[in-house]
Design a protein around this ligand. Structure first.
Ligand SMILES: Cc1ncc(COP(=O)(O)O)c(C=O)c1O
Length: 380
């Protein structure tokens, strides 16, 4: 029987036809006026996306490359930093900090929860010399949203501290405006809500962070922001850029800006709410206490192995993600970021119901679908 595979993983996510078309073109050379024109256009669109006139640097790397760049360009050996470590990617901030000899205060949080404001205040009161606060705005491993505004205020209240935000699954899902939220360094990647294949790492930095470029003493070669800023202001990159991805980014940014950021944020919020409410109507438990609108994490019901459920979903045409580290086999993560609409949500919920029933779970078919429809109808 023909079953079409539908991609519902939290990265990579499906590509819009406009992006696929752009990716299918013959390569052009990058040291040309033609590429420079495209590069400047993409730069301008990235600035519109983040509502800034500052540089947004493009690296040919995955998101982790941009994370690494934000450690080694804005910090110096021995700098004390606070890491909000609430999942796999929070852990990555910690590991990056330690790799480069930073003095990491590791605020570990149970997976599925967000940070406590009081605890953050307590840590900074004891450590006024903190030079950086690191967080994921959307922690994909636990599908959890962390408020960044509060951390921006805390960071600004300290003498010399910058807020570094991993926006890899928040940019393109929420309206992320670093200058309004007190974010000093913001990173994102191409294969999430920017609706591209993997391979582009993006980095914004504030005026406050820019001062650190001159003082940072960590070793850097490829991920040298100062070197890139100079080149990218001229419409070029220091090394060979991900030409095809940059050309395709122009298309996905056009789609995003045409939809408009408020509308885009609303769409994601409705898709996420419909997914969460449908899942609850099915009697399943959500993983996160502070759910992100990029993806929804769900515990597999008692007695049903998460990996088996996922395999069953795949047989029915839905590729969703499982859990990472200690959540392996326990959860499912269903994405709704980027090129998704309400109909995708209804489809995947219908698929989840069928997979659950096939695995022996007792539920009336269309229970979740009905709930999802109710939420969608209420909001559109
Ligand atoms: C929140 C977050 N941070 C970092 C990463 C790592 O990005 P990459 O795999 O592109 O290096 C991911 C990827 O899933 C992510 O979701």
């Amino acid at each position: 029987m023909l079953i079409k595979e539908r991609l519902f993983t939290p990265g990579p996510v499906p590509l819009p036809p406009q992006v696929i078309k752009a990716l299918g073109q013959q390569i052009i050379h990058h040291r040309t006026p033609e590429f420079t024109e495209i590069f400047f256009d993409v730069r301008k669109k990235l600035q519109q996306l983040l509502d800034t006139e500052r540089d947004v640097i493009m690296f040919a790397s995955s998101g982790t490359g941009a994370m690494e760049a934000s450690v080694l360009n804005f910090f110096s050996r021995g700098d004390k930093i606070l890491v909000i470590n609430a999942g796999k990617f929070g852990q990555r901030w910690k590991e990056l900090g330690e790799t480069y000899g930073l003095d990491v205060i590791d605020y570990q949080i149970e997976w599925g929860k967000t940070y406590q404001k009081e605890k953050v205040k307590e840590i900074v009161e004891k450590n006024p010399d903190i030079k950086g606060i690191f967080v994921q705005q959307s922690e994909t491993s636990t599908t959890t949203y962390h408020d960044v505004e509060f951390l921006g205020e805390i960071s600004n209240s300290l003498d010399d501290c910058i807020l570094v935000v991993d926006g890899i699954t928040s940019v393109g899902v929420y309206q992320v405006y670093p200058e309004k939220s007190g974010i000093d360094v913001l990173v994102t990647g191409s294969q999430k809500a920017l609706m591209l294949p993997p391979g582009l790492g993006l980095l914004y930095f504030s005026q406050k962070a820019e001062k650190r470029l001159k003082t940072s003493n960590l070793p850097k070669y490829y991920f040298d922001v100062a070197k890139e800023v100079k080149k990218q202001r001229e419409g070029q990159t220091a090394y060979t850029p991900a030409i095809s991805l940059i050309i395709a980014l122009r298309e996905s940014l056009t789609l995003i800006l045409e939809e408009g950021l408020p509308q885009l944020e609303k769409r994601h919020s409705i898709m996420a709410e419909a997914t969460r409410e449908a899942v609850k109507a099915l009697g399943l438990k959500l993983l996160s206490e502070s759910p992100s609108n990029s993806a929804t994490g769900i515990y597999s019901p008692e007695g049903i192995d998460g990996n088996k459920l996922r395999k069953r979903l795949l047989e029915l045409g839905f590729r969703v993600a499982g859990g990472q580290d200690h959540l392996k086999g326990k959860i499912l993560r269903i994405a709704h970021m980027g090129y998704f609409d309400f109909n995708d949500v209804i489809q995947v919920i219908a698929g989840l119901e069928m997979a659950l029933i096939k695995e022996g779970y007792t539920v009336e078919p269309a229970t979740g679908v009905k709930k999802a429809q109710e939420i969608i109808l209420k909001n559109i």
